[in-house]
Structure formats: structure tokens, C-alpha cells
Design a protein around this ligand. Structure first.
Ligand SMILES: Nc1ncnc2c1ncn2[C@@H]1O[C@H](COP(=O)(O)OP(=O)(O)OP(=O)(O)O)[C@@H](O)[C@H]1O
Ligand SMILES: Nc1nc2c(c(=O)[nH]1)N=C(CO)CN2
Length: 175
């Protein structure tokens, strides 16, 4: 069965764009993952731990035959391959891949929580997510993500960095 998932990608250690590109290429190279859509790239102010460099964030929509927990393991493996170190919670990272949504599933285990438990608080997630699909609704809160973003007190700190338009995404990453 093919599942639809949305992943949030972020990097704030240079070369940020290259880490994002390598993570997307790694997803595409999996026979069980089709990268169906890639949002624009946004430069964003750090949230949670603010004494660090600006992030580049984007969201990808994938189709996958992996289970949610298998998909998490793929994300964690890509982070390891790209040198992710966890020294400070929410601190600097070469690459971070979070699963935002997996179908409309609600999963709560020690290793995996879906929908992502903090996605509704984060403009750096909501802005690129809504760019991909303005009709998405939070499967637990039953509220449109457009409304969740509108109601967010902290909507600042998210700036369009690179407009990505279909086939251009690969040209962008190649140059
Ligand atoms: N939806 C999810 N996506 C990714 N990791 C998750 C998810 N739910 C739970 N986790 C768990 O969170 C652990 C720590 O993740 P990580 O250190 O990357 O946190 P972070 O992405 O920096 O912070 P945050 O979770 O607030 O976005 C992972 O090892 C994973 O087991
Ligand atoms: N701007 C921004 N801030 C963050 C980010 C992120 O990707 N972008 N990720 C975090 C933990 O996942 C914590 N804070």
C-alpha cells in the first residue's frame, strides 16, 4: 500500500543548501520512496534554542511503501550519513528530517509521535507545508493548517530564500 507523508527538512550548518540537496537525493534513491513535491526553501530564525545560526527549511511530500517507523529509521540514517550530531537539544545540525504527517495517522510511541508534536507551533514548518497543499487539515486537531498558522502568535522569522518551481528544483541544486 502506498502512503503519503510530509517531511520537514532543516539545516543551519554550512553548506546548508548542499545538506538539504543531499538529503533529498538520499530520499529519492530509496526504491520505496517517491519524492512527490518539494516546497520552496525558507531562511528562518532559530526557534527553541535561539543562540545559533539561521536555518534553511523546506518540506517535502513523499509517497512511500515504508511503514512510519521504517520511514523514521530512513530519516535517522540520512541524518547519520550527513554527520548530524546531537550536542544541544534543538541546537545546530547539518541536517534534520522530521516526519510531520503519515497519512492521517496518530501514532504515540517512545520512538515516534505523529503528527509531529510541535509542528502546529512552528511557522518554519507550517509555511512550506501550506505551500505544498493549502487544504491540509491537522488530523487530530481537525483544524486547517492555514488557520493554525493564522492563529500562531509567532509567525515571524520565516523568509522566502529560493523559489522552487517544478523542474527548476534540480537546476537550483545543481548550480
Ligand atoms: N515525528 C517525528 N519525526 C522525527 N523524529 C521523531 C518524531 N517523533 C519522535 N521522534 C524522535 O525524536 C528523536 C529526537 O529527534 P531530534 O533530536 O532530531 O529532535 P529535533 O528534530 O531536533 O527536535 P524536534 O523533535 O523538536 O523537532 C528521534 O530520535 C526520534 O526517535
Ligand atoms: N528555524 C528553525 N528553528 C528550529 C528548527 C528548524 O528546523 N528551524 N528545528 C528545531 C528542532 O527540530 C528547533 N528550532
Amino acid at each position: 500500500m502506498t502512503n503519503t507523508a510530509y517531511l520537514s527538512l532543516g539545516s543551519n550548518i554550512e553548506p546548508r543548501l548542499s545538506y538539504l540537496h543531499k538529503a533529498i537525493k538520499a530520499l529519492q534513491q530509496s526504491p520505496k520512496i517517491e519524492v512527490a513535491a518539494i516546497s520552496s526553501i525558507y531562511e528562518t530564525d532559530p526557534v527553541g534554542f535561539t543562540e545559533q545560526d539561521q536555518f534553511l527549511n523546506l518540506v517535502v511530500q513523499i509517497r512511500t511503501t515504508f511503514s512510519a517507523i521504517e520511514l523514521l529509521d530512513v530519516c535517522l540514517a540520512i541524518e547519520r550519513e550527513l554527520g548530524r550530531e546531537r550536542k544541544i537539544r534543538w541546537g545546530p545540525r547539518t541536517i534534520d528530517l522530521d516526519i510531520l504527517l503519515y497519512n492521517h495517522e496518530n501514532i504515540e510511541t517512545e520512538k515516534l509521535i505523529l503528527p509531529h508534536p510541535r509542528m502546529h507551533e512552528r511557522a518554519f514548518v507550517l509555511v512550506p507545508l501550506i505551500e505544498l497543499d493549502k487544504k491540509l487539515i491537522h488530523p487530530i486537531k481537525k483544524a486547517p493548517f492555514t488557520q493554525i498558522l493564522n492563529d500562531l502568535s509567532d509567525k515571524e522569522g520565516v523568509r522566502l530564500w529560493k523559489q522552487i518551481d517544478g523542474e527548476d528544483v534540480y537546476v537550483l541544486f545543481e548550480n
